[in-house]
Write a protein that binds this ligand. Structure first.
Ligand code: XMP
Length: 543
């Protein structure tokens, strides 16, 4: 079995996370955000994907709500508009619509699926339920067109629709058809309005990205300048303008988001930034040393390394309930962080690694996602009376973009590609009491597992891979001695977003190497078991 087989089932479509060779090459031109491509969300399941595809073409894009008026849209000075797909029929009651004034702004506009049908309806064409639906791969025939420029006249595309456009908008020309849909694309070159019934954003439309690029580069004339270097330059400028010469604080967790956020702020304001790294003793092997070495040693970022292992361990003593553990670690973390903030004094800003997906999920996009820095906001878990203004340099970035920016900033590969790790750390991977002895068993088992996973070159294919220490013991025999010792559970999952996960089909050889090493190298362990539960019904973590 190869590593590809193991993750085939749950792997994100290639392309989303793939690194296009030329993407993010240095190009230098800043201020991408001044001419965004606005993706108007009409409720389709691929709206976010469209925004990401545009960014993969190195053009800055934002997802915005469909209720924005034409005047509000015009104020953003968009380079282009893309109307997303949507679940409804354009004639259904309460179906999402847009301000028709959009189409008179002279901004190049592409409607996809429902978006195309909306354009047809609003611009004098017709949309009907013809009784013919298309779901899945379809053969498309195209005519000479700006969107299909340089592409074969026949290509496979991916469709998902019940209604169809039966008459194009007045003045528009039909540029593609499929066996069941005579009007599969139209364009009005004079007014720069374009519609496609299929989904160019999904991987099942092999030429989809080229079609989007034709729209972005040739129709809209948007330059491919959204590169990590340009993003860094823009963010650094913005942070500098906001923060000035005030003190900034950042809590480093060891994960990629807080690390990249901290490095961006450090690049902008240097030693006005102080990072606080709370070592709660619940981290993986060598993790604390890596964080300290990277930030304090390599990047020379002022770092307060709080050694709070004893403190956390004594609070956790005798606590075996998972929720209690989580609560205690969270509360204690806040206490330690507050104490450090107070000692530093005069700190005005707090860095937070909020990502664009968090902003979208919390509905923050209807404002056009203009706010880069929100004031007086309570950060997840931090106390309400901690009145600091937030600096959120990742607020407009997707996770894969954060990783590429981390690489560009010189963050070590191990940190950039680190698998997610929960805030309460190893405390929620030890079932029952968390003691120094049990922590050291788990930490070693986890390190062995990760060594073997990396040796087999599987680390980046897995969403997470880790060890768990249950609260039971079982009988074994080692040498001629009977043993009564702990088992170690191995958990390795594939996932796209942690909402669902599948257990990874790890090769037997890897499992064998882990089992043999864990049992032979760690006193107190005599058995290794592999967790073959998916989420749902299990969760990824054990507690
Ligand atoms: P579950 O166990 O709910 O986990 O399937 C889903 C994802 O969330 C991570 N996780 C956490 N991350 N603080 C975090 O920062 C937490 O308290 C926490 N609990 C779970 C988990 O590792 C998985 O990726």
């Amino acid at each position: 079995m190869t590593s590809a087989d193991i993750v085939a089932a749950k792997r994100p479509p290639s392309g989303i996370f793939a690194r296009p060779e030329s993407a993010f090459a240095d190009s230098g031109q800043a201020h991408n955000e001044e001419r965004p491509v606005l993706v108007i969300d009409l409720g389709g399941q691929y709206s976010q994907l469209i925004a990401r595809r545009v960014r993969e073409a190195r053009v800055y894009s934002e997802l915005v709500g469909h209720r924005l008026t034409a005047a509000e849209i015009a104020r953003r000075k968009p380079a282009a508009l893309i109307l997303s797909g949507g679940p409804a029929s354009v004639y259904a009651e309460g179906a999402p619509a847009v301000d028709e004034g959009l189409f008179a702004l002279g901004v190049p506009t592409l409607g996809i699926c429902y978006g195309m049908q909306l354009m047809a309806r609003d611009l004098g064409g017709a949309v009907e339920r013809t009784g013919v639906s298309e779901f899945g791969k379809t053969e498309l025939e195209t005519t000479e067109s700006e969107l299909f420029h340089h592409l074969p006249p026949e290509q496979t595309v991916w469709m998902s629709h019940r209604d169809s456009v039966t008459a194009p908008p007045s003045g528009a020309e039909v540029t593609a058809s499929s066996p069941s849909t005579p009007i599969a694309a139209f364009e009005d070159r004079a007014r720069r309005l374009y519609g496609v019934q299929f989904h160019p954003e999904v991987v099942h439309t092999p030429h989809g990205q080229e079609i989007l690029k034709n729209f972005l580069y040739e129709v809209a004339g948007a330059p491919p300048t959204w590169t990590p270097a340009a993003v860094i330059e823009e963010q650094v400028e913005r942070i500098r303008a906001t923060v000035g010469r005030e003190r900034v604080l950042c809590a480093l967790s060891g994960g990629v988001d807080s690390a990249v956020a901290a490095l961006l702020v450090h690049k902008a304001v240097g030693d006005y930034l102080t990072c606080v790294f709370v070592d709660h003793g619940l981290l993986r092997e060598n993790e604390a040393e890596e964080v300290v070495e990277t930030f304090s040693g390599h990047f020379r970022v002022p770092l307060v390394h709080v050694q709070a292992q004893e403190r956390f361990l004594s609070r956790l003593a005798g606590v075996s309930d998972p929720e209690e553990k989580r609560k205690m670690v969270g509360e204690e973390f806040i206490r330690v962080f507050e104490e450090e903030a107070q000692q530093l004094g005069n700190v005005r800003f707090l860095v937070q690694g909020t990502l664009y997906s968090d902003v979208i999920e919390s509905g923050g996009m209807d404002d056009g996602v203009a706010a880069k820095i929100k004031s007086h906001h309570n950060v997840g878990g931090l106390p309400a009376d901690m009145r600091m203004e937030l600096v959120e340099p990742l607020r407009l970035l997707f996770k894969d973009e954060v990783r590429r920016i981390g690489e560009e900033l010189g963050l070590p590969e191990r940190m950039v590609w680190r698998q997610p790790f929960p805030g309460p750390g190893l405390a929620i991977r030890i079932v029952g009491d968390v003691t120094a002895e049990r922590l050291s068993i788990l930490r070693r088992a986890d390190a062995i597992l990760l060594e073997e996973i990396r040796r087999a070159d599987l680390y980046r294919d897995l969403w997470q891979s880790f060890a768990v220490l249950p609260a039971i013991r079982s009988v074994g025999v080692q040498g001629d001695e009977r043993t009564y010792a702990y088992p170690v559970v191995i958990r390795a999952v594939t996932s796209e977003d942690a909402m669902t996960a599948d257990w990874a089909r790890l090769p037997y050889e890897v499992l064998e190497a882990v089992s043999s090493r864990v049992i032979n190298e760690i006193p107190g362990v005599n058995r290794v078991v592999y967790d073959i539960s998916s989420k749902p019904p299990a969760t990824i973590e054990w507690e």
